[in-house]
Write a protein that binds this ligand. Structure first.
Ligand code: ADP
Length: 258
């Protein structure tokens, strides 16, 4: 609680009254803190690949460029780190767009068709990693109202994670069906799983269970924060079930028009 006392006076030597303005600033403070934490995190996340890029450029310039093998190795690292920077910037912009555009252009869309499009996008990634994708999509699912691009992005992020955190030879199941004016979409993998204590924090920006490992895998730590905000725009609920070492299931429950 923040109290502000303002003196009322016409003659500077004579006080004629006091006005107390009391407002609850805890919520404002919390938001301000979240914003400044986010900026600090973004700066840190952007600086890490940048430092690496400039370091390797410097080393190349001071002689390493003359050795063909070293040169290629360093250029590969520079390429990977540049790609990482690009992904980070893309994700930061996506998140900011979703958070700030409260009323994005909403439209009714064909859910079954969009899920099929997501499958097309995700298949090559799964094949590349030798992860099998099995999908069971109910035909003629009810329409959903919202931003169709965001809907696709939400599923792509979940499928992408399922593949990323599932070892080669594993299986990812995508299913969607409707029940009682709701569409239930499940993305289930046979991957590494998530420790119970981490589940409540998964959707925080830049939250990663094992920083070193996920950095190697190439995540930005923003994928699930994006999923959460998109789900909110659809008034959807998200459930997470996970068994460490066995697999994880993300379930999105989206209300449809009655
Ligand atoms: P990232 O870009 O690091 O994947 P996300 O926000 O998408 O960030 O996910 C946050 C963290 O949650 C990940 O770093 C990972 O540790 C964990 N995670 C997300 N999805 C899965 C999954 N399907 N299986 C296991 N761990 C997961």
């Amino acid at each position: 609680i923040y109290t502000n006392l303002i003196k009322l006076e016409d003659d500077p030597n004579k006080t004629i009254g006091l006005v107390a303005i009391i407002e609850d600033v805890t919520e404002i403070r919390k938001l301000e803190k979240m914003r400044s934490d986010f900026v600090a995190n973004v700066s840190h996340e952007l600086r890490t690949p940048l430092t690496s890029i400039s370091g390797f450029v410097e080393t190349l310039k001071s002689g390493a460029i003359d050795d063909e093998k070293t040169k290629m190795r360093f250029l590969d690292i520079i390429e990977i780190e540049t790609e990482r920077l690009r992904r980070l910037i893309d994700d930061i912009l996506t998140l900011s767009e979703i958070e700030n555009t409260k009323r994005s252009q909403k439209q009714d869309f064909n859910t079954t068709e969009l899920i099929a499009e997501v499958e097309q996008i995700i298949m090559p990634i799964a094949t590349n990693k030798n992860v099998e994708v099995v999908s069971e999509i109910e035909q003629g699912l009810p329409m959903i109202t919202g931003n169709p691009d965001w809907f696709k992005q939400m599923l792509i992020n979940l499928m992408d994670n399922a593949i990323k955190y599932t070892p080669e030879g594993g299986l990812v199941n995508l299913s969607a069906y409707s029940k009682y004016n709701k569409i239930i979409i499940s993305v289930k993998d046979t991957g590494i799983g998530i420790p119970k204590q981490d589940i409540p924090r998964l959707f925080e920006r830049f939250y990663r269970i094992d920083k070193a490992r996920t950095r190697k895998i190439g995540g930005t730590g923003l994928g699930l924060a994006i999923v959460k905000h998109i789900a909110l725009s659809f008034n959807a609920t998200i459930k997470v079930n996970s068994d460490l070492g066995k697999g994880t299931e993300f379930i999105i429950i989206i209300p449809t028009k009655a």
